[in-house]
Write a protein that binds this ligand. Structure first.
Ligand SMILES: Cc1ncc(COP(=O)(O)O)c(C=O)c1O
Length: 320
């Protein structure tokens, strides 16, 4: 049978779902399965948890969408406050909401770059951070995620993830970071280091707490933003609300997605308030001047860099 999906969208199991409840799935032929897949770490509270169902029904009675940036609403404020309280560490936190995990990762890099004014980002071999271009660049696995899709955004470097089973010690990984600082990019140009506290797609390897503690020290030493990708590990999957809590360190920024919304497309970045506010601070500190062209009216394009750009709009689309 030819499926209507393109080959890039692989199906792991030939099981077509009819209904699902808690940890079980029933297929269209009436067979019953235990769902160990859990939508790839999305269903920490199971399929259709009654509280999730009730919240969704209540929301659909009120409204489905207004766009938080256009006309905000109370439940988003409440959720942000709750996540800010849950995020580990004593530093005051702020949050943003986006739609997918990859989008949360992308925004972490934008925030870290705006905060530091630096470009470089270091990630780890075997790590997975998503399928958009920066997230793919950060992902440390060529096949099946990156092969054939380059070029990727520049200034991304990879160090080996410490995995004793593969003969890579904590010291080996720390030495590799020093090598990157020596051979590729000076630490003063590195905006962020991003790591999964437990590598997911790369094989379920736990980052040793002493490694995460050493990363925290290294980032503090060089003014680098430490980003912890909790998209797969968050929401009690490792026995604590967030996996990073096992190491006792406070990340600068955290990504959240998947089980945050139990199957609905919602993701977040939660982090130290002073860092989270960096993009807006850059934009409002230096309002971008609009360059005027005497011949035609320019169309201002706002961006967070120091220079302004103006794009000429074709004559017929300029309203008089
Ligand atoms: C650790 C990690 N980061 C990022 C992502 C990307 O999330 P999404 O698929 O929602 O874009 C995933 C998805 O599996 C992930 O496991």
């Amino acid at each position: 049978m030819t499926l209507p999906f393109a080959r890039g969208l692989g199906n792991q199991l030939p099981v077509y779902v009819k209904t699902a409840r808690n940890a079980e799935i029933w297929d269209v032929e009436g067979r019953r399965y235990i769902d160990f897949g859990s939508g790839i770490a999305v269903l920490n509270t199971g399929h259709l948890h009654p509280k999730v169902q009730a919240a969704v029904a209540q929301q659909l009675d009120a409204f489905s969408h207004t766009c938080l940036m256009v006309t905000p609403y109370g439940v988003a404020v409440e959720l942000a406050e709750k996540l800010n309280r849950l995020a580990p560490g004593p530093t005051p936190k702020k949050a943003i909401f986006v739609t997918t995990g990859a989008e949360a990762v992308e925004n972490c890099i934008k925030i870290a770059r705006a905060h530091t004014g630096r470009a470089g980002v270091i990630a780890f071999g075997g790590g997975f951070h998503g399928r958009t271009f920066m997230a793919m660049a950060l992902t440390g696995k060529v096949v099946p995620y990156k092969a054939g899709f380059g070029p990727f955004p520049a200034e991304v470097y990879h160090a080996p993830f410490p995995i004793a089973y593969h003969g890579v010690s904590v010291q080996d990984s720390l030495d590799a970071l020093e090598h990157i600082f020596k051979y590729d990019i000076e630490p003063a140009r590195v905006a962020a280091i991003i790591i999964e506290p437990v590598m997911g797609e790369g094989g379920f390897y736990i980052a040793p707490p002493e490694f995460l503690q050493a990363l925290r020290k290294l980032c503090d030493l060089h003014g680098i933003v430490l980003v912890v990708d909790e998209i797969q590990t968050g929401f009690a999957r490792t026995g604590k609300m967030f996996a990073i809590e096992h190491s006792g360190i406070e990340p600068d920024l955290m990504t959240m997605a998947k089980s945050l919304a139990g199957g609905f497309p919602l993701a977040a970045v939660v982090g130290k308030a002073s860092i989270m506010d960096a993009p807006a601070a850059v934009a409002s500190a230096e309002p971008t001047p609009v360059r005027r062209s005497p011949a035609r009216r320019p169309w201002p394009c706002w961006r967070s860099s120091r220079k302004s750009i103006s794009v000429r709009v074709p004559k017929q689309s300029v309203r008089s």
